[in-house]
Design a protein around this ligand. Sequence first.
Ligand SMILES: [Zn+2]
Length: 373
Amino acid sequence: MIENGKSSQQLIKESNLRLVFRLIHKHGTISRADIKKITGLSATTVSSLVEELIDEGLVNECGIKNSNTSGRKAVLMQVCPDGGYFVGIDIQKSQIVADVYALDFTSVFHITVPVVSGENLAMGIMHSIGAASRGRRIFGITIGLPGVIDPESNTLVSSTVLHAEDAADIYTTVSDAMPQTKVYIKNNSGLIAYAEKEFGTHGLSNNLVSIDIDDGVGAGILIDGAIYDGGGMAGEFGHISVDYHGKRCQCGNYGCLELVASLPAILEKTGCYCINQLRDKLDSGDDAMVNAIDDVAKALAFGINNIVNLIDPESVVIGGSIRALGAHLLEPLKKYFDEIALIKNKTIEYSVLECNPVTIGGARFAFDGMFGA
Ligand SMILES: [Zn+2]
């Protein structure tokens, strides 16, 4: 068992305490008087809440602000980045990625653990958590999985990337080993959408769809700022059919988008061994490559149009290694989209996130779970 002292839920159970912490976090630096003004809480209440946060090591006094009205000096408060940490875990086909984020969301630790075929996934995850939490007070952990997660049992129901049975005991193993820490298990695409909202420049809206194109094709849906999971399988964008005469997919459907637009599908079609080689060929104007990517762009445009017709997000953000193709993919995609869309010029952009969006989205999700969104 990994001990982290007082549990994260016990630590900050009071809503006013969460409110004050969030305010300090949001503002960077703020005085007690300004907290009082914004929250409407009494000066005594603010002082005692701030005192409690200082005692917990979550905030500290960091300087003096000169008030221009009264001439009085006010002490400024700031969050202690190292007052606690959140862990985001990204389970991929061949590796487990874990990142530890401080309270200001700087990454302080990173580890990747290979997924060994036939080996229990939960063991690999515990290994990464053990390394990540060494000497740190971990407030929350979010595990992102590529697949459908049953929100009741917190188990992976199905996945075209992982074997569900390999992942069956992830939640119970981690939460039993870390009883003081809140553990979440979420679909990885939903966490990417969450990361776009919090940290992406295109995704500052609360209603957005993020499409991730790597080994698979997934979509994260954010409605009014919250991840929309549906019954657990919302966002299985890769399994929208773009050709019902097409090849049969692992999921049972025919002509799934994933069979056309996932990275393995694109590389197989173009005969390239990696995305950078493909980009180089596109850069040099290779006609066969340009035509192949034109087909991919068209399939994606039809898929995105289905989503837009259904939920009309403010923006569609495309992330993953596919971004290496740059304008070679995005320009024809937008062109086809505008040809078929009811409303033209929807914002369709590449993600600008350079960090791992699953781990930072997961860390932020656990942070909001503890401190309130
Ligand atoms: Zn499918």
